[in-house]
Design a protein around this ligand. Sequence first.
Ligand code: CMX
Ligand code: CO
Length: 140
Amino acid sequence: MLTRIDHIGIACHDLEATVAFYKRTYGFDEPHYEVNEEQGVREAMLKINDTGDGAASYLQLIEPIREDSAVAKWLAKNGEGVHHIAFGTDGDVADEAAGIAGKGVRVLYEAPRNGSMGSLINFLHPKDCHGVLTEIVQKP
Ligand code: CMX
Ligand code: CO
């Protein structure tokens, strides 16, 4: 079952400058930084709040580390802004994705891949989700 907004993914050109904006403007604490080579991004997870299922909600600021990454392509076309939303599941992300695929929505990966902070993730195609790139997240 989907139990929370795990994060909102925001694409940016300059991760440090964007983190500084969020800290200065809203008073966010220092984020968790991570590089996800497979996804081709460097990211900062800014915690918004803990959630009732024992996880939390974040802003995920993402900066491309490769020109051929999905985020670099998206930034070149759209400029900075909201790139995807991510729902958290309290169950197994593979089961969640299989259930959604059974409703005719394209799931992008055959098997879950590695996301932030040890999570397992998959994505749903934006063209099957009314224009929203949607990520499903299972916390470790
Ligand atoms: N939100 C909404 N629509 C999007 C989109 C997005 N983020 N990215 C692409 N699209 C739309 C495009 O506008 C385009 O629509 P039109 O045909 O109407 O112009 C269509 O989808 C195809 O887009 P494209 O630019 O040709 O890009 P690709 O098909 O090569 O890739 C996608 C699209 C979703 C398959 C690819 O971005 C992907 O694999 N995404 C999942 C991985 C990812 O985004 N990783 C970064 C985040 C990592 C993390 O969260 O940890
Ligand atoms: Co994400």
